[in-house]
Design a protein around this ligand. Structure first.
Ligand code: MG
Length: 281
């Protein structure tokens, strides 16, 4: 596969992301797939979807895990509900994560993406240590299926994420870098963060956002690619500098407005194609 194949976020049962038909119409060669709910994670669904993507000449490069009860309403709600940090749902979600990874294997996908939740900043924190041990378990489970786990960025500063990955110490734990999330969550300048975590970046999202006037307390605003504070030309130059050659997966999280979402993703495909041409990528 050539360097930086374009991609979009897609889903089987129309959760986040655009339907596969839209990816096909945009002629992108890759997708990240938001995992379907449990009732759709069957052999039959996997067989059928594998056939559909093959017919479109699309490759699924990552299956993203998500869990019932997660809400991105505001930053405190994300903290309370997202990923493997909330204690009440942790064990149940860990088991579900392994089922999602099994479903990804049925789709012949060797990467599972995850918003792990807000990792505590203090490595002495008991919850931090529990999360390290749980992540080691999930990594071992994925390694047995020849899969890697990519942690989505944004909910913590680069150095916290780096230390967490080093403390877990598994060879199949990497990063899915999302520059807009760094801005949305107020966790640091995205391109500085990208340089810092560069060695661990194995997949990326192309998404843009504007800083909140109270970073870290209230959300920034997600905007169409190229109209926010990321600086997409510099983003590509930084990806080039860290030696990243994997897919560029466009994300536009306005599923509630499907027509606008598809239009703006189309514009993002154009923008990335133009920029890549300019820098000869
Ligand atoms: Mg993302």
């Amino acid at each position: 596969m050539s360097k930086w194949p374009l991609g979009v976020f897609s889903s089987i049962d129309a959760g986040f992301g655009v339907p596969l038909e839209v990816a096909n119409r945009l002629a992108v060669p890759t997708i990240h797939l938001h995992c379907p709910t449990a009732e759709f994670r069957t052999d039959e669904v996997a067989d059928e979807f594998r056939d559909r993507v093959a017919k479109c000449c699309i490759r699924v490069t990552c299956v993203f895990a998500g869990f019932e009860g997660e809400s991105y309403a505001d930053i405190p709600t994300v903290k309370r509900t997202v990923g493997l940090m909330p204690r009440q749902t942790r064990d149940h979600r860990a088991r579900e994560f392994m089922q999602i990874a099994e479903f990804a294997r049925l789709l012949e996908v060797d990467v599972v993406g995850l918003h792990i939740g807000f990792v505590p900043h203090d490595p002495q924190n008991l919850e931090y240590q529990r999360l390290v041990r749980l992540t080691q378990k999930l990594c071992d489970d994925c390694a047995a299926r020849a899969q890697a786990i990519h942690l989505e960025t944004g909910q913590e500063p680069a150095e916290v994420l780096m230390r967490f990955i080093e403390d877990v110490g598994c060879q199949n734990l990497y990063i899915n870098f999302d520059p807009a999330n760094m801005i949305l969550y107020g966790c640091g300048e995205p391109l500085d963060a990208l340089k810092q975590v560069g060695p661990y970046v194995r997949s990326v999202h192309c998404k843009d956002a504007i800083w909140s006037d109270r970073p870290g307390e209230t959300w920034g605003t997600e905007v169409p690619l190229g109209t926010g504070d990321v600086n997409i030309a510099s983003y590509l130059a930084t990806l080039e500098a860290i030696g990243y050659t994997g897919p560029l997966t466009i994300e536009r999280e306005i599923s509630q407005e499907p027509e606008r979402q598809q239009r703006e993703i189309g514009q993002a495909v154009q923008l990335l194609s133009d920029l890549m041409q300019k820098i000869g990528a």
